[in-house]
Design a protein around this ligand. Structure first.
Ligand code: CO
Length: 502
């Protein structure tokens, strides 16, 4: 056959895989038990940090995320370490000031990160530029991301345009982030073919949710994709990535065969098989989710909606909510459904259905979104809705972070001596109440965390009363799965989480 072109493998076992299957609960010690073996396998890189891992470390595991990174770096000496970063949102759910972005990335690289994968929920390049600039300056690899979604505006031309812009801004490689597992094998082939023309390496990141991910990888490989993301078999499939072993086996004897030490890979998988038993994996995280194929809504988001409705004792309204989500998404200019836009769209759809009248109430997040504070939506938002919510207020059109004043100095004063390092200070700026409690527990000023909650989802108490009437009290406190203090515009949040409209 033709010249060898082995496809690179990014292993996600220490980040996305356990985030997707077991609510991000894998403990650092469990990682360290296999880290050296993983280091010998020959991965292009290992994704070990970022996404939800940072918050979860402090909130549920009583671990310092920075300490985790340093320990992993200590054991993983050869393989590049990679992290996922939400652009100007860093690892949180709202925009941070540039001084925070700057310091966060400096410290991430200094503590061991080699590759930073940067994305923005709206694919607004202005929300990625600061992070790109600092990553590059610190000598790390700038991987930019296209958040993949399907809509009338999201076509090959659109994605290629965004990719070209990002490469002009200094990106070293491009990742296609298919968080919902929506990309079909033939679309993957076309998209990779187009993106390869932009001139930098292309990487594909899929979730197995719809059952198409391995097929998409195969077609992407044929189109010349440079790297794909997989997880060790026991942590693969379902809402996680395709299994490394299967991809390697499928490509055996072809020019694309990945150069991995299969003996060490199977040793790692044996280990994960055992480790997996200590965590709770909800049945809906496994198998193929056919709802994704019918609704194009990410699996994780559907389970969020289902649990929100269960808390409101209105599970029977799920089919209506699933129909409402695409409408809200269209009115908001077709944002890709990924954090935080998935929460923004999803919660509003729930409220619209629960109240039996659309946009009778809108959340602070929707209001801020319509103000332009999350960035520029892929398509224009519905003007009527915008007017109804903002009244006479003009939406902002510039880069949202330009409106945020520096945050580090005031945070330093607030947290005082509880923050023992610059890393602590950053943890505090990102997750104020979570980090503060963590620091207090560390000092023995608060009792240690209870064991339950550490190993996975709290089992949901979905005690249903069927057939309840149409009128529902909306409890916004329960609608949000994230701390309200983490959401945009704290001032508003101190008063309300909901705005009556009209
Ligand atoms: Co992912």
């Amino acid at each position: 056959m033709t010249r060898k072109k082995p496809v690179g493998i990014t292993d996600t076992s220490f980040r996305d895989a356990h985030q997707s299957l077991m609510a991000t609960r894998m403990k650092t010690d469990h990682m360290l038990g296999v880290a050296e073996v993983m280091d010998g396998i020959g991965f292009h890189s290992m994704e070990v940090w970022g996404g939800a891992t940072f918050d979860t470390c402090m909130r549920f595991l009583d671990e310092d995320p920075w300490e985790r990174l340093r320990k992993l770096r200590g054991s993983i000496k050869k393989t590049k370490l990679q992290m996922l970063l939400r652009g100007q949102n860093l690892l949180g759910y709202r925009h941070y000031a540039d001084d925070v972005v700057e310091e966060f990335i400096k410290r991430a690289v200094a503590n061991g990160i080699d590759i930073i994968r940067i994305f923005d929920a709206l694919n607004d390049v202005r929300n990625m530029e600061k992070a790109m600039e600092v990553t590059s300056r610190e000598g790390a690899h700038v991987q930019v991301t296209i958040s993949y979604t399907l809509s009338p505006v999201h076509n090959l031309e659109y994605f290629t345009l965004v990719a070209r812009q990002l490469v002009e801004m200094g990106a070293h490689s491009i990742a296609i982030k298919d968080m919902a597992g929506l990309i079909s094998p033939y679309d993957a082939f076309e998209l990779v073919t187009m993106l390869k023309q932009v001139g930098v390496p292309v990487q594909l990141h899929c979730h197995y949710t719809s059952g198409m991910a391995s097929m998409a990888y195969l077609k992407a490989v044929e189109a010349g994709v440079d790297v794909v993301d997989t997880a060790c078999a026991p942590l693969a499939l379902g809402t996680s990535q395709p299994p490394t072993e299967s991809i390697a086996a499928a490509l055996r004897g072809t020019p694309y065969e990945p150069e991995l030490d299969l003996g060490l890979l199977s040793q790692a998988s044996e280990y994960f098989k055992e480790i997996r038993k200590s965590y709770y994996i909800p049945p809906e995280a496994l198998g193929v989710d056919t709802d994704v194929l019918s609704y194009q809504i990410p699996g994780g988001m559907i389970s969020n909606l289902a649990s929100q409705l269960a808390q409101q004792k209105a599970s029977h309204l799920l089919p209506e909510v699933l129909k409402e989500v695409p409408r809200v998404r269209e009115e908001l200019g077709f944002p890709p459904l990924v954090t935080p836009s998935s929460q923004i769209v999803g919660s509003q759809a729930v409220v619209n259905v629960l109240l039996g009248e659309r946009y009778k109430l809108v959340s602070t997040e929707v209001k801020n979104y319509l103000r332009g504070l999350y960035g520029r939506p892929p398509a224009p938002v519905n003007k009527e809705l915008q007017k109804k919510v903002l009244l006479d207020e003009e939406p902002v059109s510039g880069r949202p972070a330009d409106l945020i004043s520096p945050q580090l100095e005031s945070a330093k004063e607030e947290i005082g001596e509880l923050a023992e390092s610059i890393e602590d200070l950053i943890s505090y700026v990102l997750f104020p109440p979570v980090a503060e409690s963590f620091f207090r527990r560390r000092k023995g000023l608060l009792p240690p965390l209870a064991e339950e909650g550490k190993n996975g989802f709290a089992q949901s108490s979905a005690n249903e009363t069927a057939g309840c009437g149409r009128k529902h009290e909306v409890n916004f406190e329960q609608l949000y799965t994230v701390d309200k203090s983490l959401l945009l515009n704290d001032e508003d949040n101190k008063k309300y989480t909901a705005y009556p409209v009209g």
